[in-house]
Write a protein that binds this ligand. Structure first.
Ligand code: SF4
Length: 347
């Protein structure tokens, strides 16, 4: 039986309360649980996320069905493990069909068009399909910290984040749980969810799945981590095809949603943001990355070139990435971006 809105919101207090905000420490600072001001509510009420139209026509249900099919011999991501996750088998991502979530809450450390005044409504999924050796969230992505949840719980998290005034639902490391996400969005939409969905991914996604997300996701937030397959294989668990895969899926994401659009308050409502973490010794291929964006997407693509690399997890096993960036490396990365003509860099 479909839970009432009251029940959803009563549950939400329990669910969000149980979802650990504390482990993120200062990254979660600034949480404000007061109701959003009237102006924000007005903006929110005039925006309609893409998934509502698909749901009205029955297409969202059809997409969900096709996504569940992919899990029976899993090819939800380019690893194509072929395991039956519905039957409890696991592949590279160590995930069965049981949904596992680490936390949900407003996040103020994302790009400013996502954060706005009241935060990005971030949901961290447990485990990962890429598994970089230097992962900054290795406890969640490698060790699988988190709690098993059902679809109603996930829908409640989304509604609670909306109720708290967040500007979007930011799905972090969603690739291996896309069928669950679509199911939860359908439940939450029936109960009043109206926020845009942010698909916050490593970029190692199955092109077929990204095509199935056309008209569901409003804002794509992919990484583009490497330009060299040998380096991708070395540092990201044998993902030698990462550069080709990420290039193809990011082009598809750009085709679907285009350039980043913001509302009158500067808050993102639709479009693409590409992230690129600069690595020591130019292991990420920053010079090639910025040229690729200018040539294959557009020079005004919103790009976040990130300087915050720090060695974590198993990075100290690899001498070239066992240190932070130098200021010269960072300045060189930004010079390459300017030379490539990129005009919409995250400030
Ligand atoms: S989602 Fe997991 S099980 Fe499925 S193909 Fe990717 S790594 Fe393998």
């Amino acid at each position: 039986m479909k839970p009432s809105r009251r029940k959803f919101l009563e549950q939400s207090l329990v669910t969000i309360g149980a979802c650990a905000l504390a482990p993120f420490g200062c990254r979660w600072a600034g949480i404000d649980t007061a109701a959003p001001p009237a102006t924000d509510r007005k903006r929110a009420s005039s925006f309609e996320p893409a998934y509502l139209e698909l749901e009205r026509g029955g297409e969202l249900a059809r997409r969900e069905e096709r996504l569940w099919e992919l899990m029976k011999s899993c090819r939800c991501c380019p690893r194509e493990c072929g395991v039956d996750r519905i039957a409890g088998e696991t592949g590279v991502c160590s995930s069965t069909a049981e949904l596992k979530v680490y936390s949900a809450g407003p996040h103020f450390g994302e790009e400013s068009p996502l954060v706005g005044r009241r935060g990005s409504g971030t949901i961290f999924f447990s485990n990962c399909n890429l598994l970089c050796c230097y992962c900054q969230n290795w406890e969640i992505n490698h060790r699988g910290d988190g709690q098993y949840r059902n679809h109603e719980d996930l829908a409640v998290m989304m509604l609670s984040l909306q109720e708290r005034g967040c500007h979007n639902i930011n799905l972090v490391t969603p690739t291996h749980f896309v069928p669950h996400i679509v199911k939860a969005v359908r439940l939450a939409a029936a109960e009043g969810l109206r926020l845009p969905l942010v698909y916050n991914t490593s970029g190692y996604d199955n092109l077929e799945v990204v095509k199935l997300l056309d008209g569901i996701v409003d804002i794509y937030l992919p990484d583009f981590k490497y330009q060299d397959g040998k380096l991708a294989a070395k540092y990201s668990n044998r993902a030698a095809d990462y550069p080709e895969v990420a290039a193809a899926v990011i082009k598809e994401m750009h085709r679907q949603v285009g350039r980043l659009e913001v509302d009158e308050a500067g808050v993102a409502v639709r479009g693409l943001i590409v992230r690129h973490l600069v690595l020591p010794h130019n292991i990420a291929g920053t010079d090639r990355f910025v040229r690729w964006v200018a040539k294959e997407l557009s020079a005004d693509t919103y790009v976040n070139i990130m300087p915050q690399y720090r060695p974590e997890h198993r990075a100290f096993d690899y001498p070239k990435i066992a240190r932070r960036l130098t200021s010269e490396e960072w300045q060189q990365a930004m010079a390459w971006a300017r030379e490539a003509g990129l005009t919409n860099l995250d400030a």
